[in-house]
Design a protein around this ligand. Structure first.
Ligand code: KG4
Ligand code: ZN
Length: 347
């Protein structure tokens, strides 16, 4: 049988992404980011993101088609992120996708952004077992997932109860005067610091939250980063009040260690307790040097295979949406039609 050619559209945050796949083969993955326009505000401004998608969509689509050396006639189906994400930003991508579907008569699939992040694992020849785990860490999400079927069975094992991990990086970077986005800045500053200089809290790690394997606590697999952020703020204030220079590198390294320690420990434990032998890492924080290092070490000692897709597929992109769309087509799933809404808080 002929493998479906699927066009995927992503616009849930600041990246306008258009990807094209043939089955599990990635043909193009064009991305335009409006991050430069958000930097001076220290965070993504929804209105600016939505307007940037409107400007970037057609050029990004054209770039993807050119790269794949295809025209819209060659596309078998269109997939688009319908949520979760910024409402106005999502609406631009979904409107564009509906217009394309209407004009070309191709079937359209509305796609869950988080499932697309996980579905990326099958692209480019990565072999995943039928059931696998995933750890998603970005500016918008921090989740541990169990994937039994990408098309109809993705189970949430745990998630953050407050800030996402990337959000914590961004907020702490601001406290330390390191600029935005904070993840790469802290990652870099931490390289010159001592990660044992300060012992910052590992959120939801106390026995009352964690419980035991037989009698798990409510937050066994959940994360919290707001207490950590407050602890860093107190630490900075302490040095300020004493009139001493702030040990930025040591604080960055110690903060990073607290985040990465709790994420990797909880993820690996969740894999073991759910008999998952493979874990896929995704999201923008997957770029973090220390996260990759510690996760690789802990997976290795637990006998768990770690799959880390290329970074261009870890951050938001259209290729992951196209990849999941191709699996829906292959599995014979009914298209979504042209009247579905966006859902900014889609579970
Ligand atoms: O996946 P992504 O591009 O967008 C979404 O949030 O969906 O992730 C962006 C997040 C930002 O919070 C950024 O600070 C963080 O990923 N990030 C990092 C690193 N590179 C990006 N966090 C830690 N270390 C990094 N090297
Ligand atoms: Zn994302």
């Amino acid at each position: 049988t002929k493998e479906p050619v699927v066009l995927g559209i992503e616009s849930s945050c600041d990246e306008t992404g258009v990807g094209i796949v043939r089955g599990t083969q990635l043909l193009a993955n064009a991305v335009s980011s409006s991050m430069d326009e958000h930097v001076r505000f220290g965070g993504v401004i929804p209105e600016i993101a939505a307007r940037a998608h409107l400007e970037a969509f057609v050029p990004t689509l054209q770039q993807a088609l050119d790269t794949a050396e295809l025209t819209l006639d060659d596309i078998d189906a269109i997939a688009v992120t319908s949520g979760p994400g910024l409402a106005g930003a999502l609406m631009v991508g979904v409107s564009a996708a509906k217009a394309l579907a209407l004009a070309t008569g191709k079937p359209l699939y509305g796609i869950n952004h988080l499932v697309a992040h996980v579905g990326v694992g099958v692209l480019e020849g990565t072999v995943l077992p039928p059931t696998f785990g995933a750890l998603l860490v970005s500016g918008g999400h921090t989740e541990i997932l169990k994937v039994t079927s990408l098309t109809n069975d993705v189970h949430l094992l745990g998630s953050t109860i407050d800030d996402a991990a990337g959000e914590a990086y961004d907020k702490v970077a601001r406290l330390l005067g390191l600029g935005y986005p904070g993840g790469p800045a802290i990652d870099k500053a931490a390289k010159d610091g001592d990660r044992k200089a300060f012992r910052f809290p590992r959120g939801l790690s106390l026995p009352k939250f964690v419980g035991s394997a037989e009698n798990p606590g409510k937050h066994r697999n959940n994360f919290s980063f707001s207490g950590l952020k407050t602890a860093v703020a107190r630490c900075v204030e302490h040095f300020e009040a004493a009139g001493e220079p702030i040990p930025v590198a040591d604080i960055a390294a110690s903060f990073q260690e607290a985040v990465v320690d709790v994420i990797t420990a909880k993820a690996v434990r969740a894999m073991k307790e759910n008999n998952l032998t493979t874990v896929l890492l995704g999201g923008g924080v997957a770029a973090n040097t220390r996260l990759r290092e510690l996760l690789a070490a802990r997976c290795a000692s637990a006998g768990i295979a770690l799959v880390v897709p290329p970074f261009s597929l870890c951050t938001d992109n259209g290729g992951m949406v196209a990849g999941l769309g191709a699996q829906l087509v292959a599995d014979g799933v009914e298209p979504s039609g042209l009247d579905f809404a966006t859902d900014s808080s889609q579970p």
